[in-house]
Design a protein around this ligand. Structure first.
Ligand SMILES: *Cc1c(COP(=O)(O)O)cnc(C)c1O
Length: 392
């Protein structure tokens, strides 16, 4: 590169610096705890730091058990094994979600039955649930989109009436609440994600939350390669051996050490995210009204975990143009999800265009703005100024 070009490229770099969609950050004792985990000489799973994470989650959320896993995807797979999901079974999932919500059950041979979402919270439409239940339904898997609770009273009532267990995919919603109660404590089982894009992270990680004691022993076995190793280490059996099907789901204790620091800083993390969320919400409201864009809805009985900030634009064309408008200002905004029933795999599993009209329409019009704990006010104002300068 010649010198003048280099100068041109660095011109006004502060105003032009790239604002990413997500940036993971350390929030406390991550480095100290990781070094300690290495020093303790137990880098495999289920060491001291895994136990501390488990205790913290079990106490904070009042759970029967919180078992760390290598991902939310693996926690969902573990849930599918615990519920004995097998070929011919049906599992009800929202179409508007990440692949793993459905795929974990499809791996066991289940047919996903796709539910549409509500226009306001973008959560599974509980009024459509009853009609999707059949004699083959074996689980209902609501997703608390963006960390705002699904209508759990109604979802749990319908599931219980049909004796179908509920598995909450709570990848977004750790420490969010519905009617004063933590998300992840309503279903027999629930899952968390500690992927780097989530509120609390260790790079890649997850957890299975258990609210029904009857699943705890078997969950420990399935998580430990189908062995009773966990009971052995507690001294409950005198040798450990192969007793069930299973796989290898515990993360390294070094990752648990990183995670513990994040979980311990939960109040600061939630406060930082709340500030970012509220700044977007206030500062974008006049523009949104004038443009006809929809800001997120948080029902009065829900407390958000502030996982993301999204806007729903009037048309797909507006959405694509806004993303491009931001990209030209070096701001990365993104969309999601391709409705699962219209994905190549979903179509193969019987998905039909038109089956979930709200999910189909929202998916084309939704944009997510840069959102992370360490987003500086100055940078956030650049995003806000860029959005409010957008017009057709
Ligand atoms: C991120 C996410 C997952 C998957 O989490 P991993 O930890 O990456 O496996 C599952 N469901 C939802 C709703 C997610 O957002």
């Amino acid at each position: 590169m010649s010198k003048p070009e280099a100068n041109a490229a660095s011109h006004d770099a502060s105003a032009e610096s790239r604002i990413p969609f997500n940036r993971p950050s350390m929030v406390g004792n991550e480095a100290v705890y990781m070094m300690d985990a290495v020093r303790l000489g137990h880098a495999a799973g289920d060491g001291a730091y895994t136990r501390k994470c488990r205790m913290l989650l079990e106490e904070a959320l009042s759970l029967s058990a919180a078992l760390l896993t290598t991902s939310c995807t693996h926690a969902l797979e573990l849930a599918a094994i615990l519920l004995n999901i097998s070929p011919g079974d049906e599992v009800i999932v929202p179409s508007f979600t990440f692949v793993s919500t459905a795929n974990a059950f499809v791996l066991r041979g289940a047919k996903p039955v796709f539910a549409d979402i509500r226009e306001d919270t973008l959560n599974m439409d509980e009024t459509a649930l009853e009609a999707l239940v059949t004699a083959n339904t074996r689980a209902v898997v609501p997703v608390h989109y963006a960390g705002i609770g699904c209508e759990m009273d109604e979802i749990c009532r319908i599931a219980a009436a049909h004796s179908v267990p509920v598995v909450e995919d709570n990848a977004h919603g750790l420490f969010g609440k519905y009617r004063g109660r933590y998300l992840g404590t309503f279903g027999e089982l629930a899952t968390l994600s500690f992927h780097e894009t989530k509120n609390f992270s260790c790079g890649e990680g997850g957890a299975l939350l258990i609210n029904d004691q009857q699943y705890v022993n078997r969950a420990e076995i399935v998580r430990e390669k189908g062995t009773n190793r966990s009971a052995f280490f507690r001294g409950a059996v005198d040798k450990y051996t192969w007793v069930d099907i299973g796989s290898s789901y515990p993360p390294s204790d070094i990752l648990a050490a990183y995670l513990l620091a994040q979980l311990e800083a939960r109040d600061a993390v939630l406060a930082a995210r709340r500030r970012v969320w509220e700044t977007y919400h206030e500062q974008l409201s006049s523009w949104a009204k004038a443009f006809g864009a929809k800001q997120p809805t948080v029902p009065a009985h829900c407390e958000s975990s502030y996982h993301m900030y999204h806007l729903v634009l009037p048309t797909a064309r507006d959405r694509d143009a806004l993303i491009e408008h931001l990209r030209r200002r070096n701001i990365l905004a993104v969309f999601h999800y391709v409705p699962l029933h219209l994905s190549p795999m979903g179509l193969q599993l019987g998905g039909q265009p038109g089956q979930c009209p709200v999910a189909e329409s929202i998916s084309e019009r939704l944009v997510r703005l840069p959102f992370f704990n360490s987003l500086l006010y100055h940078d956030q104002m650049r995003v806000i100024d860029a959005v409010v300068s957008f017009s057709r």
